[in-house]
Write a new protein. Structure first.
Length: 148
């Protein structure tokens, strides 16, 4: 069992969002925003249903968290995401001045760290590899089913 307030606990919550995405045939990426040890936003990819390439889990989570806080800046917040953000999402996280980013699986093809490693706000603390195997397995299983 994970203790409350651990990175693993919160990543498990993001994985629940990713699983919701998979159930509705969206790429299974989930994100949550935590502020003062409280989950203030939850989201998963919704690009297919909205027919909107910008409806990534991170973007939707930023919007929900900003609305909750009534503030466009998320300096005291942590975003947990099951897959490394793309360049678009990392840019949005930079504009939001996110305090901390916790990543599950890395994305060697489309992740910001490969394509634009300086895209995040310089003060954003980055932690990678939290439950990386579980996060990666969910994505791998999803794409294997799509190919078969």
């Amino acid at each position: 069992m994970f203790s409350v307030f651990s990175h693993e606990y919160y990543m498990k919550e993001a994985l629940k969002e990713a699983e919701k995405a998979a159930l509705v045939d969206e790429i299974p990426v989930g994100a949550i925003v935590v502020c003062r040890q409280q989950i203030i936003a939850r989201a998963h990819n919704w690009t297919e249903h909205l027919t909107d390439v910008t409806a990534h889990a991170e973007i939707l989570a930023i919007t929900a968290a900003s609305k909750y806080l009534n503030n466009k800046y998320l300096q005291k917040c942590t975003l947990y995401v099951t897959l490394e953000p793309c360049v678009m999402c990392s840019g949005a996280l930079a504009w939001a001045q996110l305090g901390e980013l916790v990543i599950g699986a890395t994305d060697a093809k489309r992740g910001y760290s490969q394509l634009a490693p300086q895209a995040l706000h310089p003060k954003t603390k980055i932690i990678t590899g939290v439950l990386a195997e579980e996060c990666g397995q969910l994505l791998s299983s999803f794409f294997q089913k799509k190919r078969s």
